[in-house]
Design a protein around this ligand. Structure first.
Ligand code: FAD
Length: 388
């Protein structure tokens, strides 16, 4: 067992750390105020050769993503980006996961047409399952419908929380085939930029935090999607547990964001004159322990994906995500206690970090995750993609 980064991982970790300190962190306040996607940060990641990390190496990518040769490499980018700007981390996270899906289940023609522009021109991708009220209907209880027609499907419905919707070459969206309920009728569709009937609703993104992870509503008015833009086969996403393959990337976001809060505290407490205070020392130590325990669970799960021990990797990724999200909630509370109210003027970096992390830890119901792990250990039916 080896707890050290390999040289290639260390290089990526340090490179993104430099970008984060020099560019992402200084720009974060502006992006938040403007409520806009940090396209300059994403361009920096492209210029650094990091946009294709979740694409297989033989196609010119970095081999990252849950099913890739090197699942850690793209997670390190997400983690280190989150340390300096959590909104940018959400953008690169969704892009990596979408590109990984195309890489793993797309046809050769789709890989060439959709992923080469990612590698060569910096095109972005996303993936949106979310719909208003979906949680109550179940993860696959979608109301967006794909009606079979000659040459493809006509798609109608409304999606929400579509991170990067206005920036991507293709919005990857999920629908159900008319007359075939999910999970069998669940379908992945890649809708090209400018498709007739695809409307990114203006002014539909106004959250308390994560403002720069601009994630508007999308309206689909009878959008034609050709067979060439259908991703995978009907029912493949639920069947192959694709939701599960992004668990660790969420965990990496929480981990990185906590590291960012830790950095801010280590800088702020001595300036405030409270570094000698025993309560500050105690809370900071507790924060460090929470972060480190989440980190090693994430890396342990990475090892299971790398060894292709898939059922165990899926379950342990849930453990790791639960730990990272629980740690994040604790870290926010303890950080607030020792920083004090003066650290919370609206434009203070710590205030932004907490706004963003509070919103970003609402993707998932922690109890549901823990109960799924319990089901497995009690030999009950379980689903590693259930989360809300
Ligand atoms: C910054 C950000 C970016 C996002 N980007 C994307 C993206 O790119 N793609 C994408 O697909 N999604 C995205 N999401 C959506 C995300 O994955 C979740 O779908 C969304 O956060 C759920 O929030 P909600 O308010 O709609 O939840 P709700 O459906 O309102 O549920 C809220 C809570 O209520 C509880 N609850 C609701 N219904 C029930 C029930 N029937 N029984 C028991 N408990 C229930 C759950 O515990 C849940 O936690 C994003 C979210 C955020 C915050």
């Amino acid at each position: 067992m080896n707890f050290d980064y390999e040289p290639a991982h260390e290089r990526v970790y340090n490179l993104v750390g430099e970008l984060g300190r020099a560019r992402f962190f200084p720009r974060a306040a502006q992006h938040e105020q403007a409520n806009r996607t940090p396209v300059d940060n994403l361009r920096d990641l492209f210029d650094a050769g990091l946009l294709g990390l979740s694409i297989r190496k033989s196609a010119g990518g970095g081999g990252g993503g849950a099913l890739g040769e090197d699942p850690l490499v793209s997670l390190l980018v997400v983690e280190q980006t989150a340390r300096y700007c959590l909104s940018t981390a959400q953008c690169i996270h969704i892009h990596y996961n979408a590109a990984h899906m195309v890489d793993q289940i797309g046809t050769d023609e789709q890989r060439e047409r959709i992923l080469q522009p990612v590698l060569q021109e910096g095109e972005l991708l996303n993936a949106t399952g979310s719909e208003p009220g979906r949680t109550a209907r179940g993860l696959y209880g979608l109301t967006t419908v794909a009606r079979p027609v000659e040459g493809g499907y006509r798609v109608s419905g409304v999606k929400n929380y579509a991170t990067l919707a206005a920036e991507v070459s293709h919005n990857i969206l999920y629908a159900v085939i008319e007359g075939i309920p999910a999970p069998e009728g669940h379908l992945g569709l890649m809708i090209p930029r400018g498709a007739a009937g695809l409307i990114v609703r203006p002014d539909s993104w106004n959250p308390m935090g994560m403002r720069a992870a601009h994630s508007p509503d999308i309206q689909l008015d009878d959008v034609f999607v050709s067979h060439a833009n259908v991703l995978g086969s009907p029912g493949q996403f639920p069947r192959d547990h694709w939701q599960t393959k992004s668990h660790l990337s969420f965990a990496a976001q929480y981990l990185g964001a906590c590291e960012g809060i830790f950095d801010l505290l280590v800088d702020y407490l001595p300036k405030r004159g409270t570094a000698h205070d025993s309560y500050s020392q105690l809370r900071l130590g507790e924060i460090r322990i929470a972060i480190d325990s989440a980190r090693w669970m994430i890396y342990r799960a990475v090892g299971l994906w790398r060894k292709q021990h898939y059922p165990q990797a899926e379950l342990f990724s849930m453990n790791a995500k639960h730990q990272a999200m629980s740690a994040a909630v604790v870290v926010m509370d303890k950080a607030a206690q020792i920083a004090g109210s003066s650290a919370f003027s609206a434009d203070a970096p710590l205030a932004r970090a907490l706004r963003d992390l509070r919103v970003q830890t609402l993707h998932e119901n922690l109890d549901k995750t823990a109960a799924t792990i319990g089901k497995y250990h009690l030999d009950q039916p379980y689903d590693t993609s259930s989360r809300l």
